[in-house]
Design a protein. Structure first.
Length: 91
């Protein structure tokens, strides 16, 4: 499970929302949201904003968690990603 997905699932449960209720408020398929929660699918920044609003969580915090997962995924799948990130940090 991704940190982002785990966070979304935890907050959804804390708000006592069913997966289908949250997915309906986000206008996404419940199966897609389930895959996001399990870390099997990524989402875009627009959906991150919608999730933050629907769950009433801090957008900046949620975006940072999403970015960490995105960078981790990139590093895992792209051999030069770490080198590129380190080069970027030096700028």
């Amino acid at each position: 499970m991704s940190r982002f997905g785990e966070y979304v699932r935890t907050k959804r449960i804390e708000k006592r929302l069913l997966l289908r209720q949250l997915s309906a408020s986000l206008s996404v398929d419940p199966a897609y949201l389930s895959k996001i929660e399990r870390g099997e699918k990524n989402c875009n920044k627009i959906l991150v904003k919608k999730i933050a609003a629907a769950l009433e969580v801090n957008l900046e915090e949620l975006t940072i968690i999403w970015l960490i997962d995105s960078l981790t995924e990139l590093e895992r799948n792209e051999p030069l990603a770490r080198k590129a990130i380190m080069e970027f940090i030096r700028i």
